[in-house]
Design a protein around this ligand. Structure first.
Ligand code: ATP
Ligand code: MG
Length: 422
């Protein structure tokens, strides 16, 4: 019978790879806690309407990328394609939004029916940040500074650039949309097919088109920046002033729009040129209208989500993963001769008791060429135990290719402690 395989675009993360994920996740958690953010965990399945109403009916995600199915009740459910909608739903449902200021983060798998390729999968992972109840530009600055601090911690700051734009108020955007449509309608036959379709449904997304002819047309099209309302303009200036003061470099990209309908005012993306076409590693912005749109009271909000797979690809491409990250244990412990299995098991546990945090892996199975095998384990410390004629345990420690023979029990523990804590 043919073997069953994983679903296309949905990857296993193998044991060899998961330390890299943990490294990234732990670094992110560290940075998030430095800013006082709290974790929220939402289900991976929601009512389909949640995404239709938040992301927008005529976006790529809702039109063609969602995993939607009927459950046994006939209810339409969807595997979440992103986290913001679920986060707003959960926060509103539990009364966490009205009259409160909140800083949340979440992580987990997202699902989109896309064409799988490097950096684009059908199950992928995001770590996201959502803040609520703060209307001023200081929180926009904070989430950007937070992401910049993360890049710095990961050694990525020189490999990513911040693209920034303001979409303005809903009214300003509608006015701009009208001007853009008028300009493009007059040149409709020069637009690519997708963009022609979007003229009716989602004209702002045309700004995002990768088609060179369309891009050339856009060079002389009306510019969103010129349509901004005063409040949005001031909000944006305050934000860029704060970024300047913090020494964060950015490029203002008046054509930066996001593929989801709920954004207003600030939008941003961190992009890299090191991953080919899938260059956006983190994207977000302000979505002051979404809570109300989903039935809550008007609540200002800002957030972003980063693509974990893309960040890992980037870290790997740039060889930025610290060597020790991939090593799952510090000490490899084996018996040098038969009859010592239970002593090895117990000795390993004593070490774990005494040196909290020390990661010990014991050798189980055959002892042929054990010294060689143990050293090939890759562990920074190797310990081989044997028993003397008067049944005392003694051992050899290998560290940086140097052996020390015939150490007594207390010496062994001391030595390991010294090496490990150095
Ligand atoms: P793209 O333009 O690359 O399709 P997007 O605008 O659809 O991205 P968002 O919905 O803003 O992406 O998601 C935030 C981040 O999640 C992206 O910047 C990217 O890093 C990551 N991401 C989005 N879709 C995928 C996917 N199918 N596979 C892997 N990562 C993804
Ligand atoms: Mg997309």
């Amino acid at each position: 019978m043919a073997k069953i395989k994983a679903i296309r675009g949905m990857n296993d993360i193998l044991p060899e790879q998961s330390p890299v994920w943990q490294y990234l996740e732990n670094t992110v958690k560290d940075v998030l806690s430095a800013y006082g953010y709290s974790e929220i965990r939402m289900p991976v399945v929601e009512q389909t309407n949640l995404f239709k109403r938040s992301i927008g009916e005529v976006t790529d995600i809702v039109e063609k990328e969602m995993y939607t199915f009927e459950d046994r009740n006939g209810d339409s459910l969807t595997l979440r394609p992103e986290g913001t909608a679920s986060c707003v739903r959960a926060a509103e449902e539990h009364g966490l939004l009205f009259n409160q200021m909140q800083r949340f983060w979440y992580q987990g798998p997202m699902f989109r029916y896309e064409r799988p390729q490097k950096g684009r999968y059908r199950q992928f992972h995001q770590i996201g940040v959502e803040t609520f109840g703060m209307a001023n530009s200081d929180i926009d600055a904070e989430v950007i500074l937070l992401s910049a601090r993360l890049w710095k911690r990961l050694g990525l700051l020189d490999s990513v650039t911040l693209q920034l734009n303001s979409l303005g108020s809903n009214e300003a955007r509608e006015e701009y949309k009208a001007a853009l449509v008028e300009y493009l309608l007059a040149r409709k036959d020069q637009l690519d097919e997708d963009s022609q379709r979007r003229l009716d449904s989602n004209p702002l997304r045309i700004l995002d088109s990768k088609d060179p002819n369309t891009q050339a047309l856009l060079d002389s099209a009306p510019v969103l920046t010129n349509y901004l309302d005063d409040e949005s303009r001031q909000h944006f200036t305050e934000l860029t002033d704060m970024l300047d003061a913090a020494g964060i470099h950015y490029e203002i990209n008046p054509r930066l729009v996001r593929g989801l309908d709920y954004y207003c005012k600030t939008v941003f993306e961190w992009v890299t040129d090191k991953l080919g076409a899938q260059g956006t590693v983190c994207a977000g912005g302000r979505y002051d209208g979404l809570v109300k749109q989903l039935g809550g009271r008007p609540t200002p909000a800002v957030g972003f989500a980063m693509g974990v797979e893309r960040l890992i690809l980037l870290l790997e491409t740039l060889e930025l993963i610290p060597e020790e990250v991939k090593q799952p244990f510090d000490l490899y412990l084996a018996a040098e001769h038969k009859g010592l299995q239970s002593k090895v098991v117990l000795f390993a546990d004593q070490l774990r008791d005494q040196l909290s945090g020390l990661r010990v892996r014991i050798h189980c199975g055959g002892l042929k060429n054990i010294s060689q095998k143990a050293q090939q384990s890759g562990a920074p410390i190797v310990l081989l135990l044997k028993e003397t004629d008067n049944q005392q345990l003694c051992g050899t420690i290998w560290h940086q290719n140097e052996p020390e023979f015939d150490l007594q029990e207390t010496q062994i523990k001391e030595k390991i402690q010294n090496i490990w804590q150095a």
